[in-house]
Design a protein around this ligand. Structure first.
Ligand code: MLT
Length: 309
C-alpha cells in the first residue's frame, strides 16, 4: 500500500504534485493545521506530515499520530514541532534549510533600507497628500558598520549583500572560523564589540536557550546612539519592551521587525512607534522560496517514506 501524507498548511501545490508523481497517496488540507481538534482526529491515518508554520505539532497531536514516521517542515525553523515528543516516538523531523535563505536575507536588507529612509511612513504620508519633504531625512548605508548576529546560511548572505552595499561588516557567531570570516570579508568579533560598534544590527540565529533575549535590556543599553535594529529571524531574540523604550527616548533610531515574541502578533510594544517597520513574518514569503521549500520537503519526505533515506 502507498504511504499516506497529509499536507496541513498552505504549501505550494508543487509539493502535492511531487508526492503524486512519486506514488504517495497525498491529502492536501491546507486549513486543517489551524484546527487542532480536526488534526488530532485525522492524523492517525498518515505516515507523513508536511507543514509550514501554522500547524503546531504538539505532544497531543503526536499521541494521536499512531502511524506517523516523518514530519517535514517546508522552511527552516522547527519551533512549531515538539521535537522531544517526536523523537520519543521515533518520528523523524526534517526541515529545508536552504530553500528560503536568499529570500529571507533579502527581506533583512529590504528592512534595512526601509528603516534607513523611513519608507513606509514617507509612503503613507505621500498617499495622504501631505508632501512632507523635509520630515523624512534618512541615512546612507554606504560606509556604515553592520553587526550581524549569526553568520550561517542566511546571515552569510546578508554579509555578502551588505559588503556589496559597501558596508563594513562585523559578525558575531561562535561557529564562524577566522578563516571563513576572512574569506567572507567580515570581521569576527564578540557580542559586546558588535553591540558597541554597529550602526545597524541584524539577527540571524534560531531561538534557543542560548539565544533567547540575546539583545536583552542590558545589551540594548550598550548599543551606539542612533543604532537601527533588524530582526527577521525569530521573536524572543530581542527584549521588545526595552527596545520600545529606547526608540521612544531616541537612543535607537529605528527598527525593522518581521518576527515577534507572540505570533500572530496583534499587539506588541513596538506597534505604533514611528520608524518601526513591521511585517507579518514575511521573511520567506516569495514565490521562489515557497516553490523551493515545497519541492524540497516533498522530495525529502518521499525519499524517506519510499526508501528510508
Ligand atoms: C522559516 O523558519 O523557514 C521561516 O521563518 C519562514 C516561515 O516560518 O514561514
Amino acid at each position: 500500500m502507498a504511504p499516506k501524507v497529509l499536507v496541513s498548511d498552505k504549501l505550494s501545490e508543487t509539493a502535492v504534485q511531487i508526492f503524486r508523481d512519486r506514488g504517495i497517496d497525498v491529502d492536501f488540507l491546507p486549513d486543517v493545521g489551524k484546527d487542532k481538534d480536526k488534526l488530532a482526529e485525522i492524523i492517525g491515518q498518515y505516515d507523513g506530515l508536511a507543514i509550514r508554520s501554522a500547524t503546531k505539532v504538539t505532544e497531543k497531536i503526536l499521541d494521536a499520530a499512531t502511524n506517523l514516521k516523518v514530519i517535514g517542515r517546508a522552511g527552516i525553523g522547527t519551533d512549531n514541532i515538539d521535537k522531544d515528543a517526536a523523537s520519543k516516538k521515533g518520528v523523524i523531523v526534517m526541515n529545508t534549510p536552504f530553500g528560503n535563505m536568499i529570500t529571507t536575507a533579502e527581506h533583512a536588507i529590504a528592512m534595512m533600507f526601509a528603516v534607513a529612509r523611513q519608507l513606509p511612513e514617507a509612503s503613507a504620508s505621500t498617499h495622504a497628500g501631505k508632501w512632507e519633504k523635509s520630515k523624512f531625512m534618512g541615512v546612507e548605508l554606504t560606509g556604515k558598520t553592520l553587526g550581524v548576529i549569526g553568520a550561517g546560511n542566511i546571515g552569510g548572505i546578508v554579509c555578502d549583500r551588505a559588503r556589496g552595499l559597501k558596508m563594513k561588516v562585523v559578525a558575531y557567531d561562535p561557529f564562524l572560523s577566522q578563516e571563513k570570516a576572512d574569506k567572507m570579508g567580515v570581521e569576527k568579533v564578540d557580542l559586546d564589540t558588535l553591540v558597541a560598534r554597529a550602526d545597524f544590527i541584524t539577527l540571524h540565529v534560531p531561538l534557543t536557550d542560548q539565544t533567547r533575549n540575546i539583545l536583552s535590556a542590558e545589551r540594548l543599553a550598550q548599543t551606539k546612539k542612533g543604532v537601527r535594529i533588524i530582526n527577521c529571524a525569530r521573536g524572543g531574540l530581542v527584549d521588545e519592551a526595552a527596545l520600545a523604550e529606547l526608540l521612544k527616548s531616541g537612543h535607537v533610531a529605528g527598527a525593522g521587525f518581521d518576527v515577534f515574541s507572540q505570533e500572530p502578533a496583534t499587539e506588541n510594544p513596538l506597534f505604533d512607534l514611528p520608524n518601526v517597520v513591521c511585517t507579518p513574518h514575511l521573511g520567506a514569503a516569495t514565490t521562489e522560496a515557497q516553490e523551493n521549500v515545497a519541492l524540497q520537503v516533498a522530495e525529502q519526505i518521499s525519499d524517506y517514506l519510499l526508501t528510508g533515506a
